[in-house]
Design a protein around this ligand. Structure first.
Ligand SMILES: Nc1ncnc2c1ncn2[C@@H]1O[C@H](COP(=O)(O)OP(=O)(O)O)[C@@H](O)[C@H]1O
Ligand SMILES: Cc1ncc(COP(=O)(O)O)c(C=O)c1O
Length: 269
């Protein structure tokens, strides 16, 4: 049996729908053995308006985890999620180089959903300068795309394409901008740009607010595809189907959190 292995370098989302929990669930669903290097722990506080309280792990704890997986096991693909500080970003870049990691998916998480407040403003610069050039694919949502491209307002598919061109100049091999529900389009449209051509990925726009973890899940599904050896376009196509099903079957975990359903793709079989 061939075991495909993927590593999520990500934050822990205690409520289980986003972060490394979303990554691991998605890897498992797609037949990839998942491993983690935890950067921060996010605990949403039910006693304080469900605020996202962030507890970083010491840098040496992250380095030890990266050594376990990269130095001691080996992987077919790596995905980054919430990295939070420039020190963490530099360390991850160093390890990608040291171990010549091949399939690198950068989900440039800059804020938790519902807020447009960048976790650490300098981390956007770190992602731009240090991680983007090492990415096989970088997957910003609209807000993250404004931060990475310098294009302040992204409102149309043409704006998304212009932003993708700017982000491509930072050095990633592919750019995927996630339009999602935020654009004034009847469908949820994402744009993939490989430096030559734009590919539009479209799905019906689902009328829901339960999209907690959608970005993480989508990026993890792409990572799983790459780990299994799929070309980028195919991995993204399959991942789009996976996330659409997961949002279609998203549910209310409680009054505050509505995660996507990672096992939803099985319902359609
Ligand atoms: N309401 C929706 N209906 C259908 N697809 C959606 C919806 N919201 C987001 N998506 C899709 O889910 C994926 C993740 O997008 P998004 O939620 O924007 O990422 P993030 O969690 O990083 O903000 C993208 O493919 C996007 O198009
Ligand atoms: C650890 C962690 N990573 C990433 C995210 C971003 O999640 P999403 O996929 O909804 O953008 C969150 C949001 O709560 C999180 O807690």
């Amino acid at each position: 049996m061939t075991v495909f292995k993927a590593l999520a370098v990500a934050g822990s989302d205690t409520s289980g729908g986003a972060g490394l929990q979303a990554d691991l669930k998605t890897f498992q669903e797609l037949g990839v053995y998942g491993m983690t290097a935890i950067t921060v722990i996010v605990a949403q506080n039910p006693h304080n308006n469900w605020s996202h309280d962030i507890y970083p792990l010491p840098l040496e704890a992250l380095e030890a985890q990266l050594e376990t997986v990269l130095g001691g096991i080996g992987i077919d693909a790596l995905k980054t999620g919430m990295l939070a500080t420039t020190e963490v970003i530099s360390l991850v870049a160093k390890k990608i180089d040291q171990y010549a990691v091949k399939n690198v998916v950068i989900d440039p998480v800059m804020a938790c959903k519902g807020t447009d407040e960048v976790l650490h403003p300098e981390s956007a610069a770190g992602i731009r300068e240090v991680l983007a050039p090492r990415a096989t694919i970088i997957t910003p949502n609209i807000f993250e795309a404004t931060q990475l491209s310098g294009i302040r307002s992204i409102r149309s598919i043409e704006d998304m394409k212009a932003a993708a061109v700017e982000i491509y100049k930072l050095g990633p091999k592919n750019v995927l901008i996630k339009g999602g529900a935020k654009l004034d389009t009847s469908e949820a449209v994402d744009i993939l740009y490989d430096g030559k051509e734009f590919t539009e990925l479209r799905s019906p726009k689902i009328n829901t607010t339960y999209t907690h973890g959608a970005g993480c899940t989508y990026g993890a599904a792409i990572t799983a595809g790459l780990a299994k050896g799929l070309p980028v376009h195919e991995a993204v196509n399959q991942a789009k189907k996976f996330i659409t099903a997961a949002i279609q079957a998203a549910f209310a975990l409680n009054a505050f959190v509505g995660p996507t359903y990672h096992a939803a793709h099985r319902l359609n079989k």
